[in-house]
Design a protein around this ligand. Structure first.
Ligand SMILES: [Zn+2]
Length: 138
């Protein structure tokens, strides 16, 4: 069966340099997802990371983006990112976790940092963020 969505040019460009295990998860997730999504960021320079921390958009200089262990996948609805609708981010995460399970890759989601299956107890909800777990991928 043909999937509903495909990765666009921006997503493909942003996947450059990302760890192959995580790229594979994203590629499978776009086939599974019920909501379209775009890879809005992959590998990040240390300078950009410092800037994000200064702006309050990130809380760590030890970001998994710098090493290619993280991607930001944002839902797309009518070509726009519904930043205030967490249910759409959850839908992308469902596809990402399903894909990761199929491929035997262990990931962690910025909407559930403590991995308890809930987003409403997160101090720093980061809905588009997915990373390879440090435990399995140091
Ligand atoms: Zn991120």
């Amino acid at each position: 069966m043909a999937s509903k969505f495909i990765l666009g040019k921006v997503s493909e460009t942003n996947l450059r340099g990302v760890r192959p295990e995580l790229v594979a998860v994203v590629r499978r997730a776009i086939e599974l997802t019920s909501v379209d999504f775009r890879v809005i960021e992959g590998v990040r320079s240390e300078e950009r990371q410092r800037q994000l921390v200064r702006n309050g958009a990130s809380q760590t200089l030890n970001s998994r983006h710098i090493t290619g262990h993280a991607v930001d996948c944002a839902p797309l609805v009518n070509s726009a990112i519904p930043w205030n609708d967490q249910s759409k981010f959850k839908a992308v995460s469902d596809a990402m976790f399903q894909a990761a399970k199929e491929l035997g890759v262990r990931i962690r989601w910025g909407g559930d940092w403590n991995e308890n299956g809930r987003s409403n107890d997160e101090k720093f909800y980061d809905g588009p963020h997915f990373e390879l777990r440090r435990q399995e991928y140091p």
